[in-house]
Design a protein. Structure first.
Length: 525
């Protein structure tokens, strides 16, 4: 009988471990707050290739609930299991492994109430189109993208975090593999000096440890880390062109290392359809691997260049879409939601900046406009900017992070305030198939946006079916660029206008300032 090298390694590993007394796992704390991270640390075998040869997991139990959590090798004979308890109370655990030194260990900890600012991981709201934290707090997405910010120098990363602390963004899209000039470039162990001289079966724990530090620091600022696992931009190194077994190992490793962080979102790929080595069937398969590998079930998406992925597939939690034109009109945005039947984030809508590239030279006004159209359409929009001295977007916020130069961020902070004053969990399109251009909640809240148009009046006419109650409303005129809210004097008392709409016959129109970037907000008095 022929015995493979891997079988010999596993057998030797298990036998060697069996001769030594099992090391006792180290628990970081006897208490962990709900939705925090409870970490188990084990000393185990370092010979052979532990990334491939050693399997480790622990089953956590509380009040009849059981959750099996995979572990990972962190180098130098150290293994870790990270678990985010979803419920308060006493949790017990038991480890399992093919290495005797890691198997059969037990322990317990108390899960306490969440601390200040801990609202739990973000999930899809019950209505299926918005986001809420696990404790029910609405999550109103104002995202940004800085692809390789986490891979820059410590000083550059600190600058990015300081910028984010002052900015309105609550989600950051970021690549695991570098796409522009970076300090950290080797997620796998090097085997030589060439661009493809690396071993996909041996991770560099320091690289992944450094990346997770950035995830944690975002979490401390209340920012979700939208982690992009694959991308098509670095064909020289070929990290996104591994064999299927190597892709699977990488996805499982990332899930075990980072899945317990409550601010973690998964994006399987950026511009997935430009990754030449993979088919849609390959992406489907990797999503299924991720679903099994991530017991915490963090949000999952995938981003396209030209070919939309089918976002109705069960492993997709929300649609991540690249389309600048769809958010130049609220109805086009709303139709994307209709087709996805899930929350929609237009994560890439062209960027504010000074580049000669057509995808990187929006004005601040144009950037903000896309957010407002997306909002009225019941969707969400993402930001980035590409200002650089040499007009090279790789060396801008989009590529490397740092500081913001554009004019959109303060206006997006103002937009966020308007969103927070709106309905829970979010704004929905109202009769968009009939061209009303209204977002909000029927009977309670209406928002209309004029974009670059500059009307001097607007007819206040709301779609209300026959037999439904009639209300009085108060109206605000919102200058989305100058960030002002001006109340219109007095309430508007609604009466039937026809079979479909209501209005105030004494005040059928509202005077407007005749300049661009105006919105009107109508709220029940």
């Amino acid at each position: 009988m022929t015995v493979s090298r891997r079988t010999m390694l596993k057998g030797g590993l298990a036998a060697g471990a069996a001769m030594a007394a099992p090391a006792v796992a180290r628990e970081g704390t006897a208490r962990t707050e709900r939705w925090g991270v409870h970490e188990l640390v084990f000393d185990g075998p370092a010979q052979g290739n532990p990334f491939v040869d050693v399997e480790l997991a622990a089953t956590f139990e509380s009040s009849g609930r059981s959750i099996r959590v995979p572990g990972f090798y962190d180098g130098e004979g150290v293994y870790r299991i990270r678990f985010s308890p979803p419920e308060e109370g006493r949790w017990t655990w038991r480890s399992e492994s093919n290495a005797a030194a890691l198997a059969g260990q037990t322990g317990a900890f108390d899960c306490t109430a969440p601390g200040p600012g801990n609202h739990g991981p973000v999930r899809v709201s019950d209505d299926g189109f918005h986001f809420v934290h696990a404790d029910g707090t609405p999550f109103r997405q104002i995202g940004t993208t800085a692809y390789s910010w986490a891979l820059q120098s410590d000083a550059k990363c600190a600058e990015t975090l300081a910028t984010l602390k002052r900015a309105p963004f609550n989600k950051m899209r970021m690549l695991v593999f570098p796409n522009v000039q970076s300090v950290a470039t080797d997620p796998f162990a090097r085997t030589g000096t060439g661009p493809r001289d690396w071993d996909p079966a041996r991770f560099d724990p320091a690289y992944f440890r450094r990346f997770e530090d950035r995830i944690v620091r975002l979490g401390e600022l209340g920012i979700e880390a939208d982690v992009i696992l694959f991308h098509p931009y670095d064909k020289a190194r070929g990290y996104s062109a591994m064999a299927r077994t190597d892709d699977e190992r990488y996805v499982r490793y990332a899930a075990a290392r980072w899945g317990a962080y409550r601010n973690l979102w998964w994006s399987m790929a950026n511009e997935y359809d430009a990754v030449e080595s993979k088919t849609v069937a390959d992406w489907d398969h990797l999503f299924q691997v991720l679903v099994v590998a991530d017991p915490h079930q963090r949000l999952r998406s995938i981003h396209q260049l030209h070919l939309y992925y089918d976002h109705r597939k069960p492993w997709i939690t929300h649609a991540s879409i690249q389309n600048g034109a769809a958010v130049l009109d609220d109805i086009r945005a709303a139709l994307h939601r209709d087709f996805a039947q899930k929350p929609v984030i237009f994560d890439e809508v062209v960027y504010e900046g000074n580049s000669a590239a057509r995808w990187a030279n929006l004005s601040g006004e144009e950037m903000v406009e896309r957010f407002w159209w997306g909002l009225v359409g019941g969707t969400y929009v993402g930001h980035s900017e590409t200002y650089a001295a040499d007009r090279n977007p790789d060396f801008s916020w989009l590529g490397q992070g740092g500081s913001l130069q554009g004019s959109s961020a303060p206006r997006l902070a103002f937009l966020k305030r308007i969103m927070e004053e709106g309905p829970v969990p979010g704004i929905d399109p109202i009769q968009h198939l009939w061209n009303y251009h209204l977002g909000g909640r029927d009977g309670d809240y209406y928002l209309h946006y004029f974009g670059s148009a500059a009307p001097t009046e607007w007819r206040l006419s709301l779609p209300v079916k026959k037999g439904e109650p009639l209300y009085c409303y108060r109206v605000d005129i919102i200058d989305t660029w100058n960030m002002t809210v001006t109340p219109v004097e007095g309430p508007f008392a609604m009466a039937r206008r026809d079979d479909y709409d209501v209005h105030d016959p004494a005040r059928p129109t509202i005077a407007l300032p005749g300049k661009p970037w105006i919105a009107v907000r109508v709220r029940r008095a």
